[in-house]
Structure formats: C-alpha cells, structure tokens
Design a protein around this ligand. Sequence first.
Ligand code: ADP
Length: 604
Amino acid sequence: MKEACHRGLQRGLMGGLAALIVASLWWVWHWQLTSETREALSHAESRLALYSSSLEGALQRFTYLPGLMARQPLVRNALEGDGASLEERVNVHLARVAERSGAEAIYLMDTRGETLAASNYDSPQNFIGHRYHYRPYFIEAMRGRQGEFFAVGSTTGRPGYFVSAPVYASDDARRIVGALAVKVSLESLQEDWRQADEKVFLTDANGIVILSSRPAWRFRRLGSLDSGALATIRSQRQFIGNPLAPLGHRLADGSLLIGSAGIGERFFTQANPQGTLGWTMHYLVPVRPLYVSARNAVLAGIAVWMTLVLLGLWLRERQQRLRLRLREASIMREANERLETRVAERTRELESAQAELVQAGKLAALGTMAAGIAHELNQPLAGIRTYAASGARLLERGRQEAAADNFQRIQTLSDRLATLIRQLKLFARKGGAREPVDLLARLDFVLELLGDRLSRQNIALHLDLPSEEARPVWVAGDDIRLEQLLTNLLRNALDALREVASPSLEIRVAVHDETVVLTVIDNGPGIDAQTLKHLFDPFYTTKRVGDGLGLGLFISYGIVQDLGGRIHADNRPASQGSGACFRVELPGLQGKARVRPTREETQT
Ligand code: ADP
C-alpha cells in the first residue's frame, strides 16, 4: 500500500517535471523568437530609413533639372526653329549636361511626342525619331505640369525614372512647344543594396517591384492588380511585355512567403512609403534565421534540462545507494545482535551444562574420595584389629615381648591413620585467608624442616631466587597452605631422588609482572605418561603402601586453585637428562603488600 502510494507520488512528480520542462522550453522558444524578431525589425527600420533617404536624395537631384533646361534658349529654339545644325548643337549640349549631372539620358520632344534631340544621339539605341506620346510624363508636360514616371525604356529596354517639364514658346509663355525629359538610372542604388547583401525592394503605387536587391524579384507584383490598372500599365508600356507575376503571398502571421510553398522563403516585412509616385520601400527580414536562433535556444534549454535531470538522477541513485548501504548495515547489525543473543543463550546453556558437569564431577570425586578414604582407613584398622587380637592372645600366653611388638605395630598403624586424617583436615581447610605472604620466607622454613633429609640423601641443592633488593616476594594466601604446597612438592622430589646416584634439586623463584613463578626440578626418574595423566587425582600414587597416600599433589592442586594460580607438571627435556619439573604460578602482590611480620618474627 505504502509502496503503491510512493510509486504514485513518484509518477506524479515525473509528470509535473515533464510539464515544467515542456513549459519552460516553450517559453524559451517564444521569448527567443519574439526578442530576435523585435531586434531584427528594429534593425530593419533603421536600414529602411537609410535606404529611403538615399533614394529620395538620388531622385531630388534631378527634380529641377528638366524645368531649368526647358527655359534655355537653345532648347526652345530647337523646338521653334527647324535647322538640323541647331538640333546637333542641342544634342551635344544635352549630352554634356547628362554627363555632368549623372542622368542616363536627357531628350527633347515636340508636341507630338517625337524626340528631336537626345543626349544619347550617338548611341545605336538613341531616342531621336522615337515617339513617347503615350508616356504619362509626356502627357503631364503637355498639360503644363512636371511629369514623373518609372518605366522600362521602350527603346533601350533599361528601366529608369523619368522626370519631365514643358518647354514654352519664347514669345508666348503659355504656349507649349514641346517637352524635355530626363531619364535617371537607379541601377547603382540597386547594386548598393545587393552588395550590402540585404533584402530590399521598392514597389510602385500598383505594388510592382521596380527596384530589388534580388534581380529575380524585379517586375513582380506584390498583391493583386485590378484589370483597370493592368490596362493602364499596358497602354503606357510601363513594363513593356513583362508578365508581372506575383512575388509571393502573405501568410496569416503577416509574413511574406516568396517562392512556392515548401521550398519558398519566409520574410517579415517592414515598409516605408516614399514621397515619390506613391512608391514604397520594403525591407525583408528572413524568418528562418529567427527560427534557427529560437531552435538553438531550445536546444540549449534541452541541454541544460538534460544536465539537470541527469544530475538529479545521479543524486537519486547515490541517495538510493546510501539508503541501501544503511539498510544493509542495519540488517548486519540486527544479524549481529541476533547472533550475539544466540551466543549469550548458548553460553548460558553451556554454563548450566558445565555447572551440571562440575556437580557430577564433584559427586564422582566425592565417591572416589570416599572409596579411597574407606580403603585407606580400612587397611590400618584391619591391621590394628588383627594386632590387637593377637596381642591379647600373646598376653594370655604370657608372651610379653611379642605382645609389645604388636603394640608397637598398632602405634605405627595409628600414626598412619592420624597422618591420613591430618591430610584430610588440611584439605577441608580449603578457602582460608588470602593475605600477603613472603614466599621466600615460607621456602626457607620448609627447607629448614627438610634439612635433615637433604643432608641424609646427600642432595645438591641449587637455589635460584630473586636478589635481596627484590625481596620479599609477596603472594596472596596463608602460611599453612603455602608451606603445605612447598612441602608436598619438595617431599615428592626427595622421594624421587632416593635411588639416584648424584641427586640434585633445583628451586627457582622468579617474579614476572604480577605473577610469581616457582619451579621445582629434580634429576630423578621423571614421571611416566600414565602417571602424568592422573598426577593430580586423589589417592593416586606409585609409591609402596605406607610410603604415600596419593593426596599430596591433589591437595597441592586444590591449594593453587584456591589461591587463583596454576600448577603444571612435566618431565625435564631429554637433552638435560631425566627428572621431573613442577611449575607453579601464583598471583603476586608486588607493591600492594602491606608489610606484616612473618611467622618466625612473631615466634622470636
Ligand atoms: P604420594 O606422594 O603420596 O604418592 P602424591 O600426590 O604427592 O602422592 O604423588 C602422586 C604420584 O606422583 C607419586 O606417587 C609419584 O608417582 C608421582 N610423583 C610426584 N612427584 C614426583 C617426582 N618429583 N618425580 C617422580 N614422580 C613424582
């Protein structure tokens, strides 16, 4: 449920993001197109103003020329007189003025429109003899007005702007005797536009392109042309036989499509009406570059969005990986915790099993001990009973000495029983005090007790003890138990050295950190593998009956355990000869011991 909700939310977010991307890209497209168009149109406006003024300037230069020339006597005389020599002079004059003013041609017509003199008199396409009575500029001049007209020259085939003025008779200022016309070529203007690589054209009042930066657009019409206007154009032979095909058509957004749909070019147009003849100057802004620029902006926007989306995806992926890692870590932690709990449970189970085992072991040990004690007590008791019974019979028979011997034996057996009981009592003393005891003092004491045996057995004693400064060597325990431990170990060694030729006993005491290590090494027969296994068992002995009870090492083990130490028995390495080695580690009390008087000090 939660998952489905999350997925739904995610889908909603993706949808929102997609909508945002589309909206932002649309906005970028629109903004770029609008601002580029605005900029292009304002540029167009300024260019248009420039071209308009240059056209006006070019035309104005010639506006007054026909009127001025029409008043010249030479021109008038040429129309009034009829001498061929005069016409020749006029031709030369017109040619000179044309050359100076930059006009393409200047020519003089009589009232029928026939050209009498022309500046281009010496060219093959000269105007002389041609009639231009149908041209509006002639008609206007005949009406006493200045005429203006744009047309394709009917003689030369070259288009031009024609401006004319009436020529009045020299004796009658109201009688028109002819007309003077100036033809101005606008080709150089057109050439300028083309070289500037701009799309500019000029239309006349009928919307026909009369000048254009692209030659192919010339004499095409912009918009429709009604039949009356067409008839007028035909009658005036304005564009001679040109078909005046349409240039293009307006689209719904006001742009102009030039050429056929699909392969044509679209332009935004900026128009500026001229002062002359209802002309209009047009400046075209190609639409395609505007769209290309808008498309580039959108592509840039897409690139930005793609980068953002990829960045977002990367971040999301990273976050998911991080979350996964955290989840893995938490799973691991949980698994660990579970494992630890199980380990703790197992440990508890093991501890309780161990406790049960210990308990069982204790019971078994108690059984063994009880059997051993029963056996050990039984033998001397049986002996005592036998000796007592035979002693009584010996006394009855009056055999005093033999009876005394029996009593002696009974005493020996009682001593043995007393020893056994003393050992058991010592064992029962377990868990005594733990106070600082100087191990070396206890060792001195025990050696003194055993001094007699040592000298009797001729034993070489080697002591390896800490230096005087390092003494006393404190261990935690009590005097009795430590003496018992030392006595047991040393007695066993002395027993083992009984049959040895040159017996030697080595006793080492060393302090390692917090541990005091006591080592007792003899050069006796050593301990066989079987004995090593049962060394610390109660009542285990290899000695003859009466020599050992098998409790010495058992009690020593108990004492060492009680004092928190360890005892280990082994044979000396074979390379050093035979012999046993007992190593006892006891917790030391170096630096912690309070100074207390030793037992000897108390005694003295
Ligand atoms: P007991 O001395 O009464 O026999 P212990 O528990 O002291 O009882 O010793 C058990 C046995 O360990 C001994 O009977 C003996 O076989 C063996 N043992 C102890 N110390 C030595 C030693 N230094 N060298 C050889 N055997 C030893």
